[in-house]
Ligand binder design. Structure first.
Ligand code: PLP
Length: 397
């Protein structure tokens, strides 16, 4: 059977596949420690759930405007005014079924066949495939560990060839947790000023930063980039609302209306009462977010410490998100009972078998000698998981 050429070379999301594997093993009674999760392990705050229930009881069960309800678009514009000093009107906001959906619509809206998209690696698994699905060509730029996995202005300059029409900036980053300081953004913005391309600023982890790190968006650092930047954000990570599917894009009207047109011919509006919950999430007291950040920071410190005591594992301290991304290349060539560790996938398979620990191999993030661990799991599991991994790695020859 002939299927579309467009989907050749597109991979299913490995992170979702591994999370499903961990859940299946748990259901069979295996005591699995899951470091694969791409979502906070906290419940959605009660006040947000109650807002959805209230909306349902008030009959908010119909289609809404395709681009999302006016109130939510206004609340989002207010957030950017308050936090970043950026002025967006409600017509410059599109609400979608998660940040991923916004990103997909925006990629479809701005890229044409053959357009190159600069994606710094390590990267979140979906950018590459989204660029391909839009007919684009991913131009992956490998960042360096000594630069904290951040693209440098020199690297960006060198990558911005004549066919480049997009640059993806993800800070804090999934999978490395690396975030760009205002000064670093300023230097990147100077390079971008002289190259006419779209900038996709994926800020879904903007609130999950540690040790007083100051998050800033690149447009608030350099307003000249506003007319060609799209900001992507989401309720998923900040408010533990991954299942609700509410995310959004902010940007100039031509891009937002084109992305909305695409959304109108695919999903239509995001779920009505989830939008009401999102209004409450963004407008209500933010204490739960602060509490979650405190707990994530404690866990981050513990897992980094634990991983760095293991021979062959080298882990930087990330500024944000809830992932750590140690380099494990020093373990390549080591022998297990039945074979050899020759790749990150071999290592994660070994950890699953020997330690019942699930982690995501780095290949699909564009970093084949790294492994991603999510610390969106309990402190106890982090301690137990580190002990089990340390014991398993000691058995390697
Ligand atoms: N961007 C990044 C970097 C992510 O890690 C994710 C989720 O894992 C998303 C976007 C999309 O999240 P959602 O669609 O749940 O808003």
């Amino acid at each position: 059977m002939k299927l579309s050429k467009r989907t050749d070379g597109i991979k299913p999301s490995i992170t979702l596949a591994l999370a499903a594997k961990a859940a299946a093993m748990r259901a069979q009674g295996v005591s699995v420690i899951n470091f694969a999760a791409g979502e906070p392990d906290f419940d959605t705050p009660q006040r947000i759930k109650e807002a959805a229930v209230k909306a349902l009881n008030q009959g908010m069960t119909k289609y809404t405007e395709v681009r999302g309800i006016q109130q939510l678009r206004e609340v989002i514009a207010d957030k950017y005014q308050r936090e970043e000093g950026l002025k967006y009107t409600r017509d410059e906001v599109l609400i979608s079924c998660g940040g991923k959906h916004s990103l997909y619509n925006v990629f479809q809206a701005i890229f044409d066949e053959g357009d190159e998209v600069v994606i710094p690696a390590p990267y979140w698994v979906s950018y590459r495939d989204m660029a391909l699905l839009a007919g684009g060509i991913p131009r992956v730029v490998e960042t360096k560990r000594e630069n904290g996995y951040r693209i440098t202005p020199e690297q960006l300059q060198a990558a911005l060839g004549p066919k480049v029409r997009g640059f993806v900036l993800n800070s804090p980053n999934n999978p490395t947790g690396a975030a760009y300081s205002p000064d670093e953004l300023k230097s990147l913005a100077e390079v971008l000023e002289s190259h006419e391309c779209f900038i996709i600023s994926d800020d879904v982890y903007d609130k999950l930063v540690y040790d007083d790190f100051e998050f800033k968006n690149i447009v608030s650092i350099n307003s000249k980039l506003r007319e060609r930047t799209v900001i992507i954000n989401s309720l998923s990570k900040t408010y533990s609302m991954t299942g609700w599917r509410v995310g959004y894009a902010l940007g100039p009207t031509p891009i937002i209306s084109t992305a909305t047109k695409i959304q109108s011919q695919s999903t239509s509006n995001p779920t009505s009462f989830a939008q009401a919950a999102a209004v409450e999430a963004l407008q209500g007291p933010q204490d739960e977010v602060a509490e979650m950040v405190r707990e994530f920071q404690r866990r981050r410190n513990r897992i980094v410490e634990g991983l760095n005591t293991m021979d062959g594992v080298e882990c930087l301290m990330p500024e944000g998100a809830f992932y750590v991304f140690p380099r494990i290349g020093a373990l390549f060539g080591k022998k297990t009972k039945s074979g050899k560790i020759e790749s990150a996938s071999n290592l994660t398979d070994y950890l699953l078998e020997e330690a019942q620990v699930v982690a995501v191999p780095g290949e699909d993030f564009g970093a084949p000698d790294h492994v991603r661990f999510s610390y969106a799991t309990s402190f106890e599991d982090i301690e137990k998981g580190c002990d089990r991994m340390a014991a398993a790695l000691k058995k390697l020859d």
